[in-house]
Design a protein around this ligand. Structure first.
Ligand code: NCD
Length: 360
């Protein structure tokens, strides 16, 4: 592996090694202070961000490296219509590693196919956000000291919440996991995540609209924001935005060792009165994100090209079907080939390699 586009590209052993590295960084920061001396990280953020971009940049500085930054789509040649491929080739001439956030699903994958340096997906549309998952995993580890036998409630916008998709795909590899999926009907988990990471692995799960009812079961409660920017209707967003607001009274039946996580930003989902509850972990999660991004940068920069795995191999169909997802990178980059991979032989299901939408 040379890039990190999807959390599935990291094995369970690699995740454990990265957590060990992060804990070593926490204990011995000086040991790492020159680890990336002379190296440059390019942060290419074509969508708003506070934590992800700044934590990547802080991570690189704390490793002794430097940062080149594009912090909005308007401030780069993307605004002139430059393709992701050309941007990736260009930045490969200046930097040693790229972290990219983009509103279109699959954009970082396209960048990785064209860059000569490692590319990290820092969030692509409503699809994936693997480095937030690294932050989530370190937080769960530091709170629970285990990844197995946990009941994990995910609450809010499970449809567009990319952090939810990546976290489920990461946690589904551990044993004794139960998922409780709490959302309004309209914002249920996409079927590809449910089928690929929950049902096909025989993991126990339930879907509900009622947070209060399931509260006593949960070891982890992962709250999320309703993703306004992904809605096609503002009225629909207004109707759903306050579906869940966590207030102290709602925690009355919760376990005393519940861990409350949120990738942030919060809009209204967690009342500030919860912040002083010892079960609130979301600001620890912010800090953990920096340490895991340090561990990731170290890992990717120390790998040689030959260690890169071909994770997008398998049976494919090119340019005979078109991806219909309006959020897919192929919807805006006309020259990109439409590529589908066979993901379920028995059912004959093909999915877009960029956004994972089913072929229609
Ligand atoms: C998340 C994201 O960008 O997907 N934020 C983050 O990276 N910490 C969650 C969100 O925006 O709601």
């Amino acid at each position: 592996m040379k890039h990190l586009i999807d959390i599935q590209e990291l094995s369970t052993v690699e995740l454990a090694e990265m957590i060990a590295t992060a804990e070593d960084i926490i204990a011995n920061p000086q040991k790492y202070a020159d680890a990336c001396r002379g190296k440059k990280l390019a942060t290419l953020f074509f969508e708003p961000s506070t934590r992800t971009r700044l934590s990547f940049e802080a991570a690189m500085y704390e490793l002794g490296g430097n940062v080149l930054s594009v912090s909005s789509a308007n401030s780069s040649s993307a605004a002139k219509g430059e393709s992701i491929a050309d941007t990736a080739k260009t930045v490969s001439c200046y930097a040693d590693i790229i972290a990219m956030r983009h509103p279109k699903e699959g954009a970082p994958l396209v960048a990785s196919m064209n860059a000569s340096i490692p590319v990290i997906n820092a969030g692509d549309g409503g699809h994936n956000h693997p480095t937030q998952t690294l932050a989530d995993l370190l937080t769960i580890w530091r709170e629970k000291r285990r990844f197995d036998n946990l009941t994990i409630g995910l609450c809010g916008d499970l449809k567009f919440g990319r952090t939810v998709h990546s976290l489920i795909s990461a946690m589904s590899r551990y044993s004794g996991i139960k998922f409780v999926l709490i959302s309004p009907e309209e914002l249920k988990l996409p079927s590809y995540v449910r089928e690929e990471f929950i049902e096909s692995k025989g993991i126990e799960y339930k879907q509900t609209t009622d947070l209060i009812e399931v509260m006593p079961e949960l070891d982890i409660l992962y709250m999320t924001r309703v993703q306004r920017e992904r809605f096609s209707s503002e009225d629909e967003y207004q109707r759903l935005k306050d579906s869940y607001i966590l207030t102290p009274d709602k925690l009355e039946t919760a376990k005393s060792d519940l861990s409350i996580l949120h990738p942030l930003p919060r809009v209204n989902e967690i009342s500030v009165a919860i912040d002083s509850d010892p079960r609130a972990c979301y600001f620890k999660q912010v800090l953990n994100g920096k340490y895991m991004r340090m561990a990731l940068i170290l890992k990717l920069l120390s790998m040689k090209d030959c260690e890169s795995d071909a994770s997008y191999e398998g049976e494919r169909v090119v340019d005979t079907i078109k991806c219909q997802n309006p959020r897919c990178i192929t919807s805006v980059e006309q020259e990109l080939p439409h590529v589908f991979k066979l993901t379920d032989k028995e059912q004959g299901v093909y999915r877009c390699i960029y956004c994972e939408s089913k072929a229609k």
